[in-house]
Design a binder for this molecule. Structure first.
Ligand SMILES: CC(C)(COP(=O)(O)OP(=O)(O)OC[C@H]1O[C@@H](n2cnc3c(N)ncnc32)[C@H](O)[C@@H]1OP(=O)(O)O)[C@@H](O)C(=O)NCCC(=O)NCCS
Length: 424
């Protein structure tokens, strides 16, 4: 690992400290060989003072126990009808799983406690059929969970709810994760499943806003049920105040840490619309911009800029951020004497490309140019001329489009960049 990678990781730590993350494990993950790594990741999160709540599903264990007992099951994931026999198998499977989880958490020295925090009522008649012992979550006892967290105890929430008479109901764990996260004002939900969400989805769709994920779900009714359920719950959770929801395949090495602390992540994400914004850069953004463009400089897509160069002209920069993380930038350098402006340092972080952020930044750059009173915006590009052409720029050979000082630099630096202009 080089120091830039380490800096990139450490920049997240203050943001996460003291925040609550809900980690939702599919039952199959707990029985998989990946689970030992996940336990270690949980211990790392706790060591960074992140408040972790564990929610788990049990469909795999319920199915297996039903088979062993030769009991026909009416539903295993808490979304359909739960008949009496299925409820009995579910309670037994979930109790065993809960016990196994407690043992595992003890091996990584995490103090944990099972919390009966879900108040539910029978789901009633669903699509004309009585869902029997399937429950709808009414409310979460956030006080119980908070008091565990305050005592440094990791709450473990099983997929069972209790109605006003103390009757047990089977509830769906994806909904539990959403309701728990909303009730606690959690910053994140991380859904872990043995299926790789990236493989189940169109590879280009890695990050969605809460609105756009619903459109995606409507256009793709054939998605695997587990992924669709997590995306839907993710959309509702982000609309209700959770900042980000991540779907991660447990087979990825170091799945949780790689998703949280690497630029590109390993899973897919739903984010709250309120957390995406394009804004002028400020002095505090200098380090993040410098880190952001580092790779593009190595690939010769952008020219190198030192921290102090960025700081000197920080007022020219515009950034796009998601949940307070800068994911893209652009600069508009004014040449007031010649009434010209240059678009430079356009960059969007890998993992966030192809989602229109480049376009948003160009739009903001055009607005800035208008404010400066310049009639055109020019750009010099070695590798993104095709992109800028799509954004309405045209290649020109007319050197008078460049301010005198810029023309000299262009002639002497040997990069042979194309000159592009656009009327604003
Ligand atoms: C160029 C860049 C800013 C685009 O950002 P982005 O957020 O992915 O852009 P958008 O989402 O608005 O647009 C994506 C579209 O542009 C296309 N595109 C991306 N880079 C391109 C390039 N170099 N040439 C041609 N088209 C390109 C994508 O294929 C995609 O096409 P589609 O919409 O037809 O599927 C980003 O890829 C980047 O940072 N590149 C490295 C740095 C760089 O070259 N900067 C430009 C310096 S002038």
């Amino acid at each position: 690992m080089n120091f830039n990678d380490l800096r990139a990781i450490l920049q997240y730590v203050p943001q996460f400290r003291g925040r609550t993350f809900v980690i939702a494990l599919d039952g199959a993950v707990i029985d998989s060989p990946d689970f030992s790594n996940i336990l270690l990741d949980l211990a790392v999160l706790r060591s960074l003072n992140i408040r972790v709540v564990l929610v788990y599903g049990a469909a795999a264990q319920i199915t297996a126990l039903g088979e062993r007992r030769e009991t026909p099951l009416s539903n295993v994931d808490g979304t359909g009808i739960t008949d009496e026999a299925t409820l009995e198998v579910s309670i037994d499977a979930i109790s065993r799983l809960s016990n196994a989880l407690m043992q595992s958490l003890t091996t990584v020295k995490l103090k944990a406690a099972t919390a009966n925090a879900i108040h539910a009522h029978p789901a009633g008649i669903v699509k004309g059929i009585d869902a029997r012992f399937t429950g709808t979550i009414e409310r979460i006892d956030a006080g119980v969970l908070q008091s565990f967290l305050d005592q440094d105890i990791l709450p473990v929430v099983p997929p069972l709810g209790f109605d006003a008479d103390g009757k047990t109901l089977r509830v769906n764990s994806d909904s539990v994760a959403r309701e728990v996260a909303t009730a606690l004002g959690a910053a994140k939900i991380l859904f872990l499943s043995t299926e790789d969400p990236r493989a189940s989805l169109d590879a280009r769709e890695r990050n969605w806003s809460s609105e756009s994920v619903l459109e995606f779900l409507e256009a793709h009714p054939d998605l695997p049920v587990g992924i669709a359920s997590k995306l839907k719950n993710g959309s509702i959770a982000t609309r209700d105040g959770v900042t980000r929801v991540h779907l991660i395949g447990s087979r990825n090495d170091d799945a949780i840490l790689a998703e949280l602390f690497s630029n590109e992540g390993v899973g897919v994400m739903v984010y709250s619309d309120a957390y995406q914004k394009v804004r002028p850069a400020v002095r505090d953004d200098v380090d993040e911009i410098h880190l952001l463009i580092h790779r593009a400089v190595e690939d010769e897509q952008l020219i190198e800029r030192s921290r102090s160069e960025i700081l000197e002209s920080i007022e020219d920069y515009i950034v796009v951020e998601i949940d307070q993380n800068v994911v893209g930038c652009v600069a508009v350098h004014p040449y007031p004497d010649e009434m010209k402006a240059e678009l430079a340092c356009l960059f969007v972080k890998k993992g966030h490309t192809d989602q229109g952020y480049g376009s948003l930044l160009i739009e903001a750059a055009l607005n800035r140019t208008r404010e400066l009173g310049a009639p055109t915006l020019f750009a010099l590009s070695t590798q993104a001329a095709g992109y800028l052409e799509k954004e309405g720029f045209s290649v020109t050979k007319d050197l008078s489009e460049l301010p005198d000082s810029r023309r000299e630099k262009w002639q002497s630096n040997g990069r042979n960049a194309l000159i592009l202009t656009r009327t604003v």
